[in-house]
Ligand binder design. Sequence first.
Ligand code: ADP
Ligand code: ADP
Ligand code: ZN
Length: 216
Amino acid sequence: MANIILLGPPGAGKGTQAKRLVDARGMVQLSTGDMLREAKTSGTDMGRRVAEVMERGQLVTDDIVIGLIGEKIAKGSRGGFIFDGFPRTLPQADALGDLLAAKGQGLDAVIEMQVDDAALVARITGRSTCGNCGAVYHDVTHPPKIAGVCDACGSHDLRRRADDNEDALKTRLMEYYKKTSPLIGYYYAKGQLSAVDGLADVETVATAIASVLDKA
Ligand code: ADP
Ligand code: ADP
Ligand code: ZN
């Protein structure tokens, strides 16, 4: 059992790799983006405020995401957790350390998925996600076998995200460089950082992540 963070800018491939680890190793994926999108549909005032912030591409406040993650960690996971899109700020990273320590646990690896910015526009603007099971597709690199139908569950509900446009992506990248990229130094200093080439194809990235995990 291992607890790991997948760290990287929007479109780096965190969700794609997290889903493979869930299938291959029985780990539990904790995506704060997915949790927030669920909260958005709750119809509450908080949900509406969160939706606006997300559509602009800005980060939601630390308190909200730390609260969401805290509830999940409290439930535990036999195969370990994959933190996907969390932490995104230094206070979130500190809070995660405290939440895991309270359970007598820690982080086994922080995997930085290295990509270049030019690739991200193409990744993000071609992305679609299954509204039923969360499978991730790409118009060019990973289209579903039958157009408009999810390979994994057969649903016809393949969606584009409201924030997957070039404008919001610019804001998301700026948020990443200003607030999230300091985590690379933070985890390097703790001796927990490993980097993989996120520009390689999905299989090659998965193999690189597996070898980090097997050494952890
Ligand atoms: P991406 O695919 O861009 O990495 P996510 O699905 O992880 O996107 O996140 C989508 C949006 O949800 C972010 O742009 C941000 O508004 C919000 N969000 C997700 N995780 C966090 C977090 N840990 N802290 C603050 N905001 C978050
Ligand atoms: P993140 O969760 O980091 O935002 P995703 O896993 O959703 O990223 O991937 C973003 C887009 O790029 C999706 O459309 C996905 O199908 C595609 N993608 C993911 N990994 C790769 C890869 N290694 N090569 C090419 N396309 C990829
Ligand atoms: Zn599906």
